[in-house]
Design a protein around this ligand. Structure first.
Ligand SMILES: Cc1cc2nc3c(=O)[nH]c(=O)nc-3n(C[C@H](O)[C@H](O)[C@H](O)COP(=O)(O)O)c2cc1C
Length: 178
């Protein structure tokens, strides 16, 4: 069957790799958490991650001020909290208490690790060259923490408009990509 034209504003829903993340930031007495799915690996070592943090978000302000953050990777168990953190702003509400998200101190950055996420990546901003134009930040992961008890995390993958795919079956093929 021939392919049909697909609306350009919906292209992101085809390409979004996921997993959906919870970005934590902190500066001074303020801390915040926001949902983020527009991100991409850029380098193996040191691990570099590119991501879009909108300049309309409170997280953008805290990220630019502190130059550091944590990328927390949630699973389906807290899916409703993940969406809640994307539908509210930390400029108006303390999302940690609103959504009952407990946190622990990170080793090297001021932003907290989220206890209910199976992995947390402590990051420092490596490059803001495209921050003004695209709200795009390059982050270097400086420490990575993973729950050793979770074998196959059922991560969330955004398909747009409240629809999420949940990671499932794994297959192994002779790929040359590391
Ligand atoms: C599933 C999902 C994915 C999102 N991905 C992003 C993203 O990649 N970048 C972004 O700037 N906002 C994204 N958002 C929107 C922010 O989470 C939202 O604007 C949030 O209210 C910002 O919170 P803050 O003002 O407390 O920082 C996403 C929201 C949802 C629900």
């Amino acid at each position: 069957m021939p392919k049909k034209r697909f609306p350009l504003p919906n292209v992101y829903a085809l390409l979004e790799p996921g997993p959906v993340l919870l970005l934590t930031t902190a500066h001074g007495s303020q801390a915040n958490v926001m949902t983020m799915s527009w991100h991409s690996m850029l380098e193996f070592e040191p691990p570099l991650v590119g991501c879009v943090v909108s300049d309309r978000s409170h997280s953008h302000t805290l990220l630019l001020a502190s130059k550091e953050c944590v990328l927390n990777i949630p699973t389906e168990e807290i899916a409703e909290k993940v969406v809640g953190c994307g539908n509210t702003t930390g400029a108006k509400v303390d999302k940690f208490s609103k959504f009952g998200l407990s946190r622990s101190a990170a080793e090297s950055v001021s932003a907290p690790l989220l206890d209910d996420c199976f992995a947390s990546l402590e990051c420092r901003i490596a490059d803001t060259g495209m921050a003004r134009k695209y709200s795009f930040f390059v982050l270097e992961v400086i420490h990575a923490w993973v729950d050793p008890n979770i074998g196959e995390p059922r991560t969330l993958h955004h398909r747009g408009y409240g629809s999420f795919m949940i990671a499932g079956e794994t297959i192994t093929l002779p790929s040359k990509m590391r």
